[in-house]
Ligand binder design. Structure first.
Ligand SMILES: NC(=O)c1ccc[n+]([C@@H]2O[C@H](COP(=O)([O-])OP(=O)(O)OC[C@H]3O[C@@H](n4cnc5c(N)ncnc54)[C@H](OP(=O)(O)O)[C@@H]3O)[C@@H](O)[C@H]2O)c1
Length: 250
């Protein structure tokens, strides 16, 4: 039975990956900080899908948390989903520097280290995949969040080119707005975001798995967000910056 390790597996997109992969017959390793919630999620998944589920409580903003997950990955997994992440509502000058650095640790350092821990075993076995959850924000400008997600896209494409092949795949997943706990946790005001821009986590995961199977290196779920990303590339960067700086902020 193949094994998948998912970070941020207790809520939102990570929980949707856990359900989908369990339904596909993967054994799971679930990573997040809240140990009680991890155990509850693992219990539900075992009961519903009859698969083996390990829990690995770890804070990916801390060296010891990342080290713990690296050690598990070196024992061998078939699929790594680097999904854990968070946002904050403030403009650059309003965000305390330690929050910015924590974001870079979770979105960039942990993704780098966990990818590096997983890939050698996948290459040795001649099979495996890494999905790094970025964002549509990677193609726009919105503080450290979009800068960190732009890094995830470029990093994933670079690793796919240098260390991937037909059998070992690396893909960046770039969702638009998804209904999860993300915006409430970040205290973002999303009341102005129109309904048609919201995607479900299950749909994002279904499109991601389809794009991974097709060998895509970047996945942007839904036609509407593919169009938004394409249009964003044609619009002058200073105008893009003015619009995206206002989203989610009062
Ligand atoms: N929702 C959106 O609109 C959207 C759009 C584009 C991209 N994304 C990206 O999608 C990913 C998942 O977001 P989501 O919307 O599903 O968020 P969510 O519902 O808030 O879930 C976040 C998950 O990450 C875990 N997590 C957060 N910080 C962590 C840390 N330091 N160490 C380990 N685990 C941590 C959380 O569990 P604990 O709190 O227990 O640690 C939780 O399981 C993120 O990378 C986000 O940037 C989201």
């Amino acid at each position: 039975m193949p094994t998948a390790l998912i970070t941020g597996a207790t809520a939102g997109i990570g929980a949707a990956f856990a359900r989908r992969l369990a339904a596909d017959g993967f054994s799971l390793v679930l990573v997040a900080r809240d140990a009680a919630r991890l155990s509850a999620s693992a219990g539900e998944l075992r009961k519903r899908y009859g698969v083996a589920v390990e829990v690995l409580p770890a804070d990916l903003s801390l060296d010891e948390g990342v080290t713990k997950v690296e050690e598990r990955l070196r024992q061998g997994v078939d699929l790594l989903v680097n999904n854990a992440g968070f946002g904050h509502p403030g403009a650059f000058l309003d965000v305390p520097v330690d929050e910015e650095v924590t974001m870079l640790r979770v979105h960039c350092e942990a993704v780098l280290r966990l990818t590096l821990a997983a890939l050698p075993g996948m290459r040795a076995r001649g099979r495996g995949a890494v999905i790094n959850v970025a964002s549509v924000a990677a193609f726009f400008t919105r503080g450290t969040y979009s800068a960190s997600k732009a890094w995830v896209v470029n990093f994933s494409e670079s690793v796919a080119a240098e260390a991937g092949d037909r059998d070992v795949r690396v893909m960046a997943l770039c969702p638009g707005f998804v209904r999860t706990e993300f915006h409430r946790r970040a205290a973002m005001d999303v009341s102005g975001i129109p309904g048609f821009l919201w995607l479900s986590a299950d749909r994002v995961v279904a499109e991601a798995m389809r794009d991974l199977a097709r060998g895509r290196r970047v996945s942007v779920p839904s036609a509407r967000y593919k169009a938004i990303v394409s249009i964003g590339k044609l619009v002058p960067r200073n105008l893009v910056g003015q619009v995206s700086a206002r989203i989610g902020r009062r």
